[in-house]
Design a protein around this ligand. Structure first.
Ligand code: OSB
Ligand code: MG
Length: 373
């Protein structure tokens, strides 16, 4: 049982080592919302809300999430005693949507429970793997040649899956040279972040010749019906990311045949209780899931790595090591990747498995607010 005594909200800013470009825009600096939860015995956990600065990926932003936690969610969880598994239902009774805000809180509660029982977050969630395979998500590059060069570097580093961001006009011509050079040696995927419409059917169909592992979220974030129609015309499996915000949407995807895989991000679906439910729905329907990323700091990464150690995470996750994103991460040790493209799951370390470097966090802090029961 957890009895929450205080929640500290913080915003930090971390500069990306390289700008990250997608169909929805460019990112140079990541504004990151961190939460520090403290229970009645003084135990503490750090967690991360994945909301971004602008509402391009989802309707939520770091500012709406801050408002939601501060105004509605913190009063629901503070001063009450409950199991982490019950937290989502408690918040969902009173607050619609705001999944990212809820997830930031809920996942921290799981970490607190893991700390208190002396077990790792991964084992508390039911994880079984000591290592998980890693893929990379490469942002849009200025030319096919530049992309090919980036892919070569990632291959040399050991990545097990290469996902490339695409948008109309920057798709087949960018992807074909990769396939020609690599043959079928590496699983290849493309992520459109909702940049296409059904009227782009011909462009999307032309991608079938590449034999990609998947195409991620080609159509609108809230549109399952048109994804189902598109999937009927494509041989490449559609993987949904933005569209899957809870377990019902995962069931709908399966029923409508709107996609054949799920990019599962606990931070997008309201936290671990919902992520576990989606994991199980997919497992029962032979739908593979894999763990996506949101350019998290090393804190958010810990939660993703823990989840990715579950059995139905059967494809490499977007779980790049700290060095890919940051000059200096805020956790010790930083996240690393082996030359064989795997990240170690700290399954024998209590809690999230890394320590937060609070001095560094303090240096990067832009605003902070503590709410007590
Ligand atoms: O669509 O998967 C996505 C990053 C931010 C928001 C959305 C997405 C991404 C990525 C990067 O693809 C994954 C990562 O390396 O964290
Ligand atoms: Mg995506």
């Amino acid at each position: 049982m957890i009895h929450l005594r205080s929640i500290t909200l913080r915003e930090i800013r971390l500069s990306l080592r390289e700008p990250f470009i997608t169909s929805t825009g460019e990112q140079h600096v990541r504004r990151i919302f961190l939460l520090e939860l403290e229970d009645a015995d003084g135990d503490v956990s750090w967690s991360e809300c994945v909301a971004q600065e602008h509402p391009t990926y989802s309707p939520e932003t770091i500012d709406t999430a801050w408002h939601a936690v501060h105004t509605w969610l913190a009063p629901i969880v503070l001063g009450k005693t409950f199991q982490p598994m019950a937290a989502s239902a408690l918040m969902n009774e009173q607050v619609r949507g705001h999944e990212m805000a809820k997830a930031g809180l809920e996942m921290g509660l799981w970490a607190l429970a893991a700390c208190r029982s002396g077990c790792s977050l991964a084992s508390l969630l039911g994880g079984i793997r000591k290592r998980v395979p890693v893929g990379i998500s490469i942002g849009i590059q200025r030319s096919p040649a530049a992309l090919l060069e980036a892919v070569r570097t990632c291959r040399a580093e050991g990545y097990r899956k290469i996902k490339v961001k695409i948008k109309p006009g920057m798709d087949i011509d960018f992807l074909r040279p990769i396939r020609e050079e690599l043959g079928d040696a590496v699983p290849l995927a493309a992520d459109a972040n909702s940049a296409y419409r059904l009227s782009d059917l011909e462009a999307l169909r032309s991608l079938d010749e590449l034999g990609m592992l998947m195409i991620e979220q080609p159509l609108q974030h809230d549109d399952l019906v048109r994804h189902a129609e598109l999937q009927r015309h494509l041989s490449t499996p559609i993987c949904l990311d933005e569209s899957i915000t809870n377990r019902d949407r995962a069931e709908d995807m399966i029923r409508l045949r709107a996609g054949r895989m799920v990019n599962l991000k606990p931070g997008r679906v309201g936290g671990f209780a919902e992520a576990l439910a989606i994991h199980d729905v997919c497992a029962n329907n032979n739908v593979p899931v894999w763990c996506g990323g949101m350019l998290e700091s090393g804190i958010g990464r810990a939660y993703n790595v823990a989840l990715a150690s579950l059995p139905n995470f059967s494809l490499p996750g977007d779980l790049s090591p700290s060095r890919r994103y940051w000059e200096r991460d805020i956790v010790v040790p930083e996240w690393t990747m082996s030359t064989s493209g795997e990240v170690n799951v700290p399954i024998d370390v209590p809690g999230i498995g890394v320590d937060v470097d609070v001095d560094v966090v303090d240096d990067f802090t832009e605003r902070i607010e503590k709410i007590s029961a």
